[in-house]
Ligand binder design. Structure first.
Ligand SMILES: [Zn+2]
Length: 306
């Protein structure tokens, strides 16, 4: 008979642990999101206030809690911190619990296999959230996340999850080829303008490496659809309020510390961030993909009277 982790530990304790674990990695993701595009170390210096430079002590650096206690401000100079810190921590906590639900709590064959699945999918959603947030703020997708992500996805499917090599390899190569041929090079050839960013095909390749061909296509279609809807809404809102769309990073743009922001050359420029929507589509597939596809097929069958 199978021994499940829920036999040893009550599910609520596993959920609590997963939430705390996720929030802590969310805290680290914040450091990466802020520092990496500026070419700064993610380890040194320790967390400090961007305004008064005061170091942030560990008791003021607790994920989510510290943000609530200090009402999102620096303890010393009361400068307001971006709500993004708490949002990313909450998102990672939620994603961690979601991944727990589809792995450890979904009756895996062994405890070890369930935990391994958890690590694989938590790594995946963590990489997606981090890359998506960086793209949202800087219009750049870091190769340093997507390229290792492709390798990890293929190896995880082939060696660890034993789902085979074919799906992740075809998903990665097919996704990359489709996007770079049609949307990057094809678009440029036809219009003479830069279409999609050159980082996007690599992100799709990473998604294909983890989720296979079906998952990659799903993320692409659902990501594009949601990007289109939200992008159109933003245009309408901006027209009504008369605000200009935010431009991508210019070379003379300043960061929180007043230094010139120099995009790292390893990052690729794009005009509209598609990465966050691709990441969203991939996360939706991981948790709801099968249910959504079934719903879609049933709807289509009804529509066409099949
Ligand atoms: Zn301060």
């Amino acid at each position: 008979m199978n021994v499940a982790l829920t036999d040893v530990m009550p599910p609520w304790s596993l959920v609590t642990f997963a939430a705390i674990f996720g929030a802590m990695w969310g805290s680290f993701a914040n450091v990466v999101i802020v520092r990496w595009p500026q070419g700064l170390s993610v380890v040194r210096p320790a967390s400090h206030c961007f305004s008064c430079q005061a170091p942030i002590r560990f008791y003021d650096n607790l994920p989510i809690l510290s943000f609530l206690i200090l009402q999102g401000r620096c303890r010393h100079c009361r400068t307001r911190f971006s709500p993004r810190y708490a949002i990313v921590e909450c998102a990672m906590a939620l994603l961690s619990v979601g991944v727990l639900q589809i792995t450890v709590l979904a009756d895996p064959p062994t405890i070890l296999f369930g935990l391994t699945e958890y690590v694989v999918w938590f790594t995946f959603v963590g990489a997606l959230l981090t890359a998506g947030m960086i793209d949202l703020e800087t219009y750049l997708l870091p190769d340093a996340i997507t390229l290792p992500g492709i390798a990890i996805g293929v190896l995880a499917n082939g060696l660890v999850l034993k789902t085979g090599w074919q799906e992740p390899i075809i998903g990665a190569i097919g996704g990359y080829a489709l996007l770079s041929l049609v949307f990057v090079h094809g678009y440029r050839l036809l219009t003479g303008h830069q279409g999609m960013g050159e980082g996007d095909p690599k992100l799709v390749a990473m998604i294909g490496a983890f989720l296979g061909v079906k998952g990659g296509l799903f993320a692409l279609c659902f990501g594009a659809l949601q990007g289109l809807i939200i992008g159109s809404l933003l245009i309408v809102i901006r027209r009504r309020t008369g605000t200009e769309p935010e431009p991508p990073i210019d070379d003379d743009e300043l960061d929180d510390e007043g230094n010139e922001l120099q995009p790292d050359p390893r990052f690729r420029k794009a005009k509209v961030p598609f990465g966050p929507f691709l990441a969203l589509g991939a996360i939706e597939y991981l948790f709801f993909g099968d249910a959504l596809i079934t719903l879609y097929l049933r709807g289509a069958a009804q529509l066409f009277g099949l």
